[in-house]
Design a protein around this ligand. Structure first.
Ligand SMILES: Cc1ncc(COP(=O)(O)O)c(C=O)c1O
Length: 394
C-alpha cells in the first residue's frame, strides 16, 4: 500500500457493528470488567483506550515499525524516552541546532540529575567520534532542525552511535513520516511533536514515540502508563482525522516553502536563507539522499535590526505570529524571543542562532498570497527606514 492509502486505510477498518466508515471516539475513562482482572484488553484509559490504540497502530504503520506510544505532548514523549534511557552518569549527544524545549528539558531537568549533555556539530564526523564514549547512552538529532533547517546524515550518525553502543533518536517532526523514514536509515527511536504536521490543524497538543525493538520500547511504554501523560480520546480522534490528509497537506506545505525560498533567495533584506531544497544549502545533497521532499519550512536571517524583525513578524497579512508550525494556517515566529528564548543569548550566539532569524511555516494557502505578503513586509521595512531618514532630515 502506498503512503497516502495507508494514512486512510491502515489499521482503520469500518466499524464492524454499524458499518460506520469512521471509528467512534471512545470517550471513556473506565471499562466494565467481567470479573476482577477479566476484561477485553481495556481497564482504565490512563493505561489503554481504543481510540488511542488505533492512533498508535496507524502511526506505527506510517513509520514502518510495530511499537508506538502517544503522549499528551511532544515534550512528554521526549521526557519518556529520556527518562527511560538516561541514568545519572550517562551522556547524551545533541546537535548545535535543536528545539529550545528539548534543550530546556535536557539542561534544566536531566543535567541536574547527573546526566551530561554534549552539544556538538554532529555533521562533523571527527567531532562526533571524539565525544562518543562508553558513557554515551543516546544520540539525539532533528533533521531538518528547528529552527535553521540544518540537515544531518542520519545513516552516518546511526552507524557511529551504534559502534559505541548508543541508541539514535530522531525527532522527525519537521520532515514527517511522508518525507523521511528514519528507521530505514538506522534510527532506533523516532519522536514526533504530533501537534505539528501529523495532526496538522493547530487544534491540539500531542506527541508520539515510535520504536523498532520491543526491548527498547518496553520502558517507554511503561512510563506512558506510570506517568499518565496521555492524550484525550478526542485529541487522538482528531489526529486520526488529520492524518488522512497528511500527504495532501504536506505536499502543499512543501510546494509553498519552495515558492517562498525562490522568492526570498537573493533578496537584499535576506542576509541568509535556510531551506534544504536550495542547492547552496550545505545539507542539500544529504537531504536529497535521505528525504523524498525538502519539507514545509523556511527560515531566514533578516538583514536589519531586531526592531525590523519585530515589525516584520508582527504585521503580516497571512502569517500569524505564533509559536507552532505545521498547521494549515501559515505561522511566522521569531525564535530568539519565542521558541528558542529558553536558550540564553550567549549560548544562542555561540550556536550561531541569530537574533534576526525569522522562521516561516507556510500553511496550505496559495503560494502567491504567501509570497506577496512576505515581499510586501520586506519592502515596508525599507519604506520605514526611508521614513526615518526623512524624519531626521526634517
Ligand atoms: C522539533 C520539535 N520537537 C518537539 C517539540 C515539542 O512538541 P510539543 O509542543 O508538542 O510538546 C517541538 C515543538 O515545537 C518541536 O518543534
Amino acid at each position: 500500500m502506498e503512503f497516502a492509502t495507508r494514512t486512510i486505510h491502515a489499521e482503520q477498518p469500518s466499524e464492524p457493528g454499524t458499518g460506520s466508515l469512521v471509528a467512534p471516539i471512545f470517550q471513556t475513562s473506565t471499562y466494565e470488567q467481567e470479573a476482577p482482572g477479566i476484561h477485553q484488553g481495556f481497564d482504565y484509559s490512563g493505561t489503554n483506550n481504543p481510540t488511542r490504540a488505533r492512533l498508535e497502530a496507524v502511526l506505527a504503520d506510517l513509520e514502518g515499525v510495530s511499537h508506538a506510544a502517544v503522549f499528551a505532548s511532544g515534550l512528554a514523549a521526549e521526557f519518556a524516552v529520556l527518562q527511560a534511557w538516561l541514568r545519572p552518569g550517562d551522556e547524551i549527544i545533541v546537535p548545535v541546532d535543536v528545539y529550545g524545549g528539548t534543550y530546556r528539558l535536557l539542561t534544566k531537568v536531566f543535567r541536574p540529575l547527573g546526566c551530561a549533555i554534549r552539544q556538538i556539530d554532529v555533521s562533523d564526523p571527527a567531532a562526533l567520534s571524539s565525544v562518543l564514549s562508553e558513557r554515551t547512552r543516546l544520540v539525539w538529532i532533528e533533521s531538518p532542525t528547528n529552527p535553521r533547517l540544518l540537515i544531518y546524515d542520519i545513516a552516518a550518525i546511526a552507524a557511529a552511535a551504534h559502534a559505541r553502543g548508543a541508541l539514535l533518536v530522531v525527532d522527525n517532526t519537521f520532515a514527517t513520516s511522508l518525507f523521511q523514514q528514519p528507521f530505514q536509515l538506522g534510527a532506533d527511536i523516532v519522536v514526533h511533536s504530533v501537534t505539528k504536521y501529523l495532526a496538522g490543524h493547530s487544534d491540539l497538543i500531542q506527541g508520539a514515540v515510535l520504536v523498532k525493538d520491543a526491548s527498547v520500547f518496553e520502558p517507554i511504554k511503561f512510563l506512558q502508563n506510570a506517568t499518565g501523560a496521555v492524550p484525550s480520546p478526542f485529541d487522538c480522534w482528531l489526529t486520526l482525522r488529520g492524518l488522512k490528509t497528511l500527504e495532501l497537506r504536506v505536499l502543499r506545505h512543501a510546494e509553498n516553502a519552495a515558492a517562498i525560498a525562490e522568492a526570498l533567495n537573493g533578496h537584499p533584506r535576506v542576509r541568509r536563507l535556510y531551506y534544504p531544497g536550495l542547492p547552496t544549502h550545505p545539507g542539500h545533497e544529504i537531504a536529497r539522499k535521505q528525504m523524498t521532499g525538502f519539507g514545509g519550512m523556511v527560515s531566514f536571517e533578516l538583514d536589519g535590526s531586531i526592531d525590523d524583525v519585530v515589525s516584520f513578524v508582527s504585521s503580516r497579512r497571512f502569517f500569524a505570529l505564533g509559536e507552532s508550525l505545521g498547521g494549515v494556517k501559515a505561522l511566522v515566529c521569531h525564535p530568539a524571543r519565542m521558541t528558542h528564548a529558553s536558550i540564553p543569548a550567549s549560548e544562542r550566539a555561540k550556536l550561531g542562532l541569530s537574533d534576526t532569524l525569522v522562521r516561516l511555516s507556510p500553511g496550505c494557502e496559495h503560494h502567491k498570497d504567501l509570497v506577496a505578503d512576505l515581499l510586501e513586509g520586506l519592502t515596508a521595512l525599507d519604506g520605514a527606514r526611508a521614513g526615518d531618514r526623512v524624519a531626521l532630515v526634517v
